[in-house]
Design a protein around this ligand. Structure first.
Ligand SMILES: Nc1ncnc2c1ncn2[C@@H]1O[C@H](COP(=O)(O)OP(=O)(O)OP(=O)(O)O)[C@@H](O)[C@H]1O
Ligand SMILES: [Mg+2]
Length: 354
């Protein structure tokens, strides 16, 4: 049995259909990231699960309890769901200790719980008496998580918990939140519009589109075997090129690529991830291209290249020590398995995940 299951969730605000039949299953003790663009209905989904919004139709189950559906709606405080909202998570007039124990029965408020919760979220006990405005953004996020976890909820919902943090704080806070969730053996749903966050933190990623989950899978599944080009581009850098497929080969602007398990023949599209394109400035073979843009990140660099003489542009990633300059003429080769999209059968893929 899943820790959380939603079935056919529908929700409109006025004449705007936000959720159009959303199904989701979350296993006990796992972390699911819901990934989707701004305004697609991520917060609405969490608020329905938490009980702050009633869906127009559909069922929500938490473990073996139906909390919404079949004419039933369990009050939010009786769902055993911890909710960390997108903004303003902490009470500004309460110190850290009072924030953390806010949802606990009075008898438990003074005990060792505060220290335990601070330890769980990797904060020093010495900050218990501080107020939210005396904490950094990352510390505030961790206190908010500690408050959500303190009553030992069956399920924790986190709405873009790291969106207000700068890049350097974001990754560390994300990691420490995930460690705390795992240590508490909590089941969590985390909403984000950042694909790196979704792929790196979660066990399961659901990609929202048009009010539903267009794909649900492990991070490697959605990255390596996206169900269509739109999701491919949404979950990471991607070059999608038209191709002709025959006999386990795909002919495209980047050469003839091997797709050994492909069932398709005829016109298709291939997905090539930036790290699959090898850039070589000494080699004779490969497809000639001109570097038009270099984004240097230190550990690696992203290159935008125009295929010569007048081909489409592609995106490649190279390690930081071997970055050609803008304007350089290089040779490109594709390594590893590529994903094939068959335009005649959307969603039905012939993929090679070898
Ligand atoms: N209470 C409400 N009344 C009217 N419209 C609403 C309400 N709540 C949400 N909406 C609308 O529903 C849509 C989905 O909103 P929601 O907040 O769920 O999106 P989101 O995916 O969380 O976006 P973001 O990434 O910007 O937080 C938006 O168009 C929003 O304007
Ligand atoms: Mg939102």
């Amino acid at each position: 049995m899943s820790a959380l299951a939603t079935q056919g969730l529908v929700k409109s605000f006025g004449d705007k259909l936000v959720l159009s039949g959303l199904d989701l299953q979350v296993n006990h003790g796992s972390i699911t990231a819901i990934l989707g663009p701004s305004g697609c209905g991520k917060t609405t989904l969490l608020r329905i699960v938490a009980g702050f919004v009633e869906p127009d139709a559909g069922v929500v189950r938490l473990g073996d309890r139906t909390v919404v559906g079949n004419g039933r709606s369990v009050a939010p405080q009786r769902r055993r769901v911890g909710y960390v909202p997108q903004e303003g998570a902490l009470f500004p007039h309460l110190d850290v200790a009072a924030n953390i124990t806010f949802g606990l029965p009075r008898a438990l408020r003074g005990g060792p719980r505060i220290g335990e919760m601070l330890e769980l979220v990797e904060l020093p006990r010495s900050i218990a008496g501080r107020y939210p405005h005396e904490l950094s953004g990352g510390q505030q996020q961790r206190v908010a998580l500690a408050r959500a976890l303190a009553p030992e909820p069956a399920m924790v919902l986190l709405d873009e918990p790291f969106s207000s943090l700068d890049a350097s704080l974001r990754e560390g806070t994300g990691r420490s939140v995930v460690r705390a969730l795992r240590a508490a053996v909590a089941t969590a749903v985390l909403v984000t519009h950042d694909q790196n966050e979704a792929l790196s933190l979660a066990d399961q990623v659901g990609v929202m589109r048009k009010g539903r989950l267009a794909q649900v899978g492990s991070p490697t599944e959605v990255y390596r075997a996206p169900v269509d080009p739109e999701i491919a581009v949404f979950v990471g850098g991607a070059t999608v090129l038209p191709a002709q497929v025959y006999d386990g080969l795909a002919r495209c602007a980047l050469g003839v690529l091997s797709v050994p398990h492909a069932q398709a023949r005829g016109d298709a599209q291939v997905l090539i991830r930036p790290e699959q394109i090898q850039v070589d400035d000494g080699h004779e073979d490969g497809v000639a291209a001109r570097v038009t843009e270099v984004s240097f990140y230190g550990h690696d660099a992203a290159l935008r290249l125009d295929l010569l003489p007048s081909g489409p542009h592609v995106v490649a990633r190279t390690i930081g020590s071997a970055v050609p300059p803008t304007g350089a003429i290089v040779r490109l080769r594709v390594s590893g398995a590529v994903t094939l999209f068959d335009p005649a059968r959307p969603g039905a893929l012939a993929t090679d995940l070898a």
